[in-house]
Write a protein that binds this ligand. Structure first.
Ligand SMILES: C[S@@+](CC[C@H](N)C(=O)[O-])C[C@H]1O[C@@H](n2cnc3c(N)ncnc32)[C@H](O)[C@@H]1O
Length: 492
């Protein structure tokens, strides 16, 4: 038996063991494995089981091993050139796909079906689906284009071709539903995402803004000081400043909803897994720094209503935030337990590059903030918080943690002393970081660069950043099935 065959066999064995483990978990719970052909139902207990750490670990092994087998056996010229056109290796069982966002035909087709509310028309058509002529008539697009787009997606397990030219939603496509009758979606573009999971907003924002920016990666490498967004949108402003401009409320709304979508991609209890919010004394203040609509602090406050929240952001997101809190948690608003800082008066303008106005908070929460900025800017944000911190203040950064793609332990003994910092390593011959199963973190890293000049960081990256800003990194909490980590600091 030659070496290649034995690698294949080892990968196949990993697959068999992962399938056994997954089937056992579903059999023990007397639940069926979620079907790829049926629409996604987040309330289904079988979907909740997919978040269980055993099942999530088995899924991670399966995705990694299937992708590695594909790469091992496929024609290398077709494999490489197809990456540019948008091939996915194998459909993950644990969550909706997010890892095709940099692949242009997949991302542009996904954006098109979401933009034209095709998923919502198909939801109304039910499990037998609708013909491309009916879909085309409903959404106002040439049915021949609908057919080509849907067939490409169905070939990648997003939508199902029920019979020739007839398509229905499946587990993957249905994640793009917008929770409104299609008639309403066509009536008002501005409000299409309100009440949705945010996945559609994420795909549309990523497909449009990320897609345009991606075209300028090479050019930006020759233009120091400008990121692809500046070249693609012909502006010196950052994406966030640009969105504050006139007539950008559609973009702000979609971006805010997309950020909510990033939470919907993760286990629902993720925010509670890595930090004990219940231990904070009554009336403790959590400052949601750059909180957007404040969906994460809202989730915390709903579970622990004894906690106060201050949501800080620019004026436009704060306006959406007020409406969001009034709708989703009016009691907290009425009791004055949540404050919104972001009015565009100079008295209240909140900019995290200026001194922080809330002193001695219990927690400064920064979700998806630090990854938006290069080190020199991120240090300023953290320094401003450090200056406003009291002795007991804790810093909770929630961001993706970039795994090393090699084995080897953390060399610096100071870092290896941080609770939870040690990196898990996949079983050989899988890539040590689980390859395709964690590819989204590296794709996000690039997307951060494209859109805002930001970066996803390794443990070492966070350690050094915290130290420069006067914080000591004391704990990292990583959850199976997600790359989002709680990175906790205290005043140094
Ligand atoms: C990637 S979003 C994260 C939003 C939210 N924390 C979440 O996880 O959904 C970044 C947020 O930072 C805000 N932001 C950008 N620059 C800012 C600044 N200079 N001061 C305050 N907020 C800012 C943006 O408006 C945006 O809402």
């Amino acid at each position: 038996m030659n070496k290649e065959t034995s690698t294949l066999r080892s990968l196949a064995n990993i697959i068999v063991r992962a399938v056994d483990s997954m089937e056992r978990a579903y059999a023990d719970a007397a639940l069926p494995l979620p079907s790829l052909d049926k629409p996604f139902n987040p309330e289904d207990p079988a979907e909740a089981l997919a978040q269980d750490s055993h099942v999530a670990t088995a899924a991670k092994n399966l995705v990694a091993a299937c992708a590695q087998i594909s790469a091992t056996v496929w024609n290398p010229r077709r494999f490489v050139t197809n990456q540019g056109k948008g091939v996915r290796s194998c459909s993950p069982i644990d969550k909706p796909p997010t890892d095709m966002k940099s692949k242009y035909n997949m991302s542009s087709c996904l954006r098109a079906v979401s933009d034209f509310n095709v998923v919502d028309v198909l939801r109304e058509a039910g499990e037998n689906g609708a013909s491309v002529n009916d879909i085309g008539a409903a959404v106002g697009v040439d049915p021949r284009m609908i057919e080509r787009i849907l067939r490409l997606l169905a070939t990648h397990h997003i939508f199902r071709e029920v019979s020739p030219g007839v398509f229905a939603n499946n587990r993957m496509s249905s994640t793009l539903e917008k929770a409104k009758p299609s008639r309403e979606l066509f009536q008002s573009r501005e409000t299409r995402f309100v009440g949705s999971s945010g996945i559609a907003a994420f795909v549309e924002n990523d497909g449009e803004v990320g897609g345009k920016c991606a075209l300028y990666l090479a050019e930006s490498l020759r233009t120091p000081g400008l990121v692809p967004f500046n070249l693609a949108y012909d502006t010196k402003e950052t994406l966030f400043e640009w969105m504050e401009g006139p007539e950008r409320s559609y973009h702000v709304n979609r971006f805010a909803s997309a950020m909510q979508g990033t939470a919907a991609m993760e286990p629902g209890d993720l925010i509670f897994r890595g930090f004990d919010w219940s231990a904070l004394p009554r009336e403790s203040v959590i400052v949601d720094v750059g909180g957007g609509i404040g969906h994460e602090s809202l989730t915390i406050a709903k579970k622990y209503p004894h906690l106060r929240v201050v949501n800080q952001d620019f004026a436009s997101p704060i306006e959406f935030s007020k409406a969001h809190w009034k709708k989703c948690f009016p009691e907290h608003v009425e009791k004055g337990m949540v404050e919104f800082l972001g009015e565009s008066t100079f008295d209240h303008l909140h900019d995290f590059f200026t001194p922080q106005s809330v002193k001695n908070a219990a927690v400064f929460l920064l979700r998806h903030i630090i990854h938006d900025w290069p080190d020199d800017r991120a240090v300023v944000i953290l320094q401003n918080l450090r200056k406003a911190a009291g002795e007991e203040t804790q810093l909770v950064v929630i961001d993706k943690l970039v795994p090393f793609a090699s084995t080897g332990t953390l060399a610096d003994s100071k870092m290896s002393a941080i609770r939870g910092a040690e990196q898990q390593v996949a079983e050989a011959p899988l890539l040590p970081n689980w390859g395709a199963a964690v590819a989204d973190v590296y794709l996000y890293d690039l997307t951060m660069h494209l859109m805002v000049g930001g970066i996803e960081r390794t443990v070492q990256g966070f350690y050094e950043l915290f130290a420069k800003a006067g914080w000591k990194l004391v704990e990292i909490h990583q959850s199976p099935g997600t790359q989002m980590s709680h990175i906790v600091g205290v005043p140094a």
